[in-house]
Design a protein around this ligand. Structure first.
Ligand SMILES: [Zn+2]
Length: 501
């Protein structure tokens, strides 16, 4: 290391600086040195020899940092070497060592201030500034035209890599991660929601100026193309510590949501984020959890140590739960449908063959109207073998419908039944007006039983759904099926949103 340091001093004209290594740089894989001049911290020298990073990766990172700093983003700038390079490379004992120099970010780490914010200022200011700083970086990222390119999310987080990294004894966890990855692939990747993100934006990677409250970000070592929501949800998961003093879980969550609202208002003062993407927050929390878990396995592989399951237990259980919760799947499937404007379900030949040979295990029964504007598989981003769908005009519940539900519950193992009405329903309209001719008469009678003389179309729709849900409960949810959930919902045919009642 001595020889490398000597080279670095020459390459970056650091003669006269006091150079001290930052020890216990938790989880960091680079060697970091603080360079001080006359006792004032002034520069950060980073020396890396990471086998999984290429010279191009470093170039792409430093170019981005340089771009941010030059566009007034609060990021600690990278400083060129005497050769005018942002990244220097030297060969030493058959190893390539990469060196970069950064400005020292003004201020200190929150942990070095005992996790106390600056004297006399409200904590709201801190959260607002954290959001504003991130918003500024994202806004600039949306306009960034890179020279060298950082990797994209799926280049790292894919079945092949994770499949080989995580041992087979964690089969359930692996399956849950694969399920989540399939979900992420359905997300839109247009420039307004997907771009170069920090990927590790938290209080360990920015300094706070305790005089002014200004935040300066550093360590873009992990930056990659990903959804902007990742950085926001990463902040959300890091908020946890602020709620530790509040015992009541509901109150604690309310408080943390309030902190997050503050972060969001700062964020929105610099850039935009679509409401639907915010509604998908639970899915992006899963993305953060996967990053944490993969990181743990990578650390163990590097150190040749066994993983302590306790370190990932909470994250793993949360992932397994969301991958296997039919209600979560429907809700996120619906949001993905709205945000992606596409039919996202898997209708591939491979899945068709698999389902044909292995049988069906749909995770939900959907009872809905025959209206051609209501397409259950699209609405829930579902493919072959996922939904057991029953349709009649007005989504009536009568004997054949009850028999169909019964079959799914008892023979296919489905545990969730959703009765979904919809807005602007012709059958409900006809029932409200009292039309009852021909065979349709039986449907109109059925709906009138449910809605009485209700005059408001939406209220009538809700009444019709609740009536049907009650009927399913009474007829089918006996003791032997008490683990089955029955939910009512209304599909809004204008927005595509499914409102669960
Ligand atoms: Zn209808």
């Amino acid at each position: 290391m001595e020889a490398v340091l000597k080279n670095a001093v020459r390459l970056y004209a650091l003669e006269g600086y006091d150079i001290n290594e930052v020890l216990g740089h938790e989880g960091g894989r680079n060697r970091i040195y603080v360079c001080s001049l006359n006792g004032v911290k002034d520069r950060i020298l980073r020396i890396s020899c990471l086998p999984d990073r290429s010279y191009e990766d470093y170039l792409a990172e430093t170019e981005f940092v340089h771009y941010l700093a030059h566009n007034a983003a609060p990021a600690a700038d990278v400083l060129p070497s005497v050769n005018g390079k942002l990244v220097e490379r030297i060969e030493l004992d058959n190893e390539t060592v990469t060196i970069s120099l950064f400005e020292y970010a003004k201020g200190i780490l929150l942990c070095d201030n005992g996790y106390r914010y600056r004297e006399g200022a409200p904590l709201d200011e801190y959260f607002y500034n954290v959001g504003k700083t991130l918003g500024r970086i994202h806004e600039l990222s949306k306009r960034y035209k890179p020279q060298h390119k950082r990797p994209s999310y799926f280049e790292k987080y894919n079945k092949d890599y994770i499949g080989s990294l995580i041992p087979d004894e964690y089969a359930e966890l692996k399956a849950a991660i694969f399920d989540r990855l399939e979900r992420f692939r359905m997300l839109p990747t247009d420039e307004s929601v997907f771009g170069l993100v920090h990927f590790d934006y938290s209080d360990g990677n920015y300094h706070i100026d305790m005089e002014t409250g200004d935040i300066t970000v550093f360590d873009f070592d992990n930056c990659m193309y990903c959804w902007y929501m990742f950085d926001l949800d990463n902040l959300w998961t890091h908020l946890e510590g602020w709620g530790r003093g509040i015992k009541d879980p509901t109150e604690r969550n309310l408080y943390l949501e309030k902190c997050f609202e503050m972060i969001l208002s700062g964020y929105r003062s610099e850039t935009t984020v679509p409401d639907l993407m915010l509604d998908l927050r639970p899915l992006f929390v899963d993305m953060v959890l996967i990053e944490n878990i993969v990181d743990e396995f990578e650390c163990c592989a590097r150190e040749e140590e066994e993983l302590d399951y306790e370190d990932i237990e909470a994250a793993a259980e949360a992932l397994i739960e969301s991958a296997n919760d039919p209600e979560v799947k429907l809700k996120e499937g619906n949001l993905i449908y709205c945000v992606s404007e596409k039919q996202q379900g898997d209708v591939s030949n491979a899945l068709r063959m698999k389902a044909a040979n292995e049988g069906q295990h749909p995770y939900a029964v959907i009872i809905t109207c025959s209206d051609s504007r209501v397409i259950p598989e699209s609405i829930f981003s579902a493919g072959i073998g996922e939904l057991f769908v029953i349709r009649t005009a007005g989504s009536l519940i009568d004997l054949p419908q009850l028999g169909s539900i019964e079959y799914a519950l008892d023979h296919l193992g489905t545990k969730l039944v959703v009765l979904m009405g919809h807005t602007r329903c012709g059958a409900i309209g006809a029932a409200m007006e009292g039309h009852a001719e021909g065979f349709a008469g039986s449907i109109i009678h059925g709906i009138r039983e449910a809605i009485g003389d209700e005059r408001d179309e939406y209220a009538a729709c809700v009444k019709n759904v609740r009536y049907g849900v009650k009927r399913i409960f009474e007829k089918l949810i006996t003791e032997k099926r008490e683990d089955v959930k029955v939910r009512g919902a209304v599909y809004h045919i204008d927005s595509g949103i499914v409102e669960f009642l």
